[in-house]
Design a protein around this ligand. Structure first.
Ligand code: NI
Length: 256
């Protein structure tokens, strides 16, 4: 029996895949990976994501500017994102959000402006959003609440179980990475337990966040089964049930 898995967040445009990108991607269907969404982090990487989606039938793209990469943002960037969002197989705006972790990140006011501009674009285009929130839970929630018509997912969820429940109430999805498998993952585990299965998606965030026993190595979508296994364990269901449910959730969310 082989699982059908949906890795809802992987960065194959990242330079870590320069030496063997096509090899890694071509091997994924043989590893049970049925679908991948590749979000962009800036305009160049969003273009690459669209290109990869054009080359691989199982790859879909999201386009957006990541908070860590928004330092050079100009308001015309939204025009280019709008054009990119119209390309085939673009299923979301992302990844977008707030990242207060690194002191050298772009100023918070700029991050917020860029986040709001892209939420407005998603609302205009009726696309879901993929949100990156690191050490910025309060501001992320406040801004998301300003856009009640927008549907989205908090990817690589790092908030509390309370926050996860709040997002679910607002109609949002929660997505978990290999962090679930880490020894110190108490928070993510509690959040996964608190969220109903039909609101959960799984992802690798490749090339980062490789699940145990590959922690620290370059990640790829072939490892998303390990995230699925861990989630299944937490939910008290079989891995097969878990892969089917999360695949279905992802398809619905991204309208694939
Ligand atoms: Ni990411």
């Amino acid at each position: 029996m082989s699982m059908a898995l949906f890795d809802t967040h992987a960065h194959y445009d990242a330079r870590q895949f320069d030496p063997d990108r096509d090899q890694v991607l071509s091997a994924l269907p043989g590893q049970g990976v049925e679908l991948v969404v590749n979000p962009g982090c800036d305009l160049a990487s969003s273009r690459k994501a669209v290109e990869l989606a054009g080359r691989y039938p199982f790859v879909y793209a999201a386009v957006g500017v990541h908070p860590e990469d928004c330092g050079g943002w100009t308001d015309e960037d939204v025009e280019e994102l709008r054009a990119l969002a119209g390309r085939p197989k673009v299923v979301a705006v992302g990844e977008i959000g707030l990242d207060y972790y690194w002191p050298e990140n772009p100023p918070r006011d700029l991050q917020k402006r860029v986040f709001r501009a892209q939420l407005a674009l998603a609302r205009e285009l009726d696309l879901p959003v993929i949100v990156h929130d690191r050490e910025a839970h309060g501001d992320s929630m406040d801004i998301v609440r300003e856009f009640p018509g927008v549907r989205g997912v908090f990817h690589c969820f790092s908030g509390s179980a309370e926050m996860a429940k709040e997002l679910v109430k607002l109609g949002w999805m929660i997505s978990f990475t290999g962090v679930l498998t880490y020894k110190n993952a108490r928070k993510a585990v509690e959040a996964a337990q608190a969220v109903p299965l039909d609101r959960i998606m799984i992802e690798t965030d490749s090339p980062y966040m490789a699940p145990v026993p590959h922690r620290g190595q370059r990640n790829h979508s072939g490892y998303v089964g390990l995230v699925c296994q861990k989630l299944a364990e937490l939910k008290g269901i079989s891995s097969d049930q878990c892969s089917r449910a999360t695949l279905e959730n992802g398809r619905k969310f991204f309208r694939i």
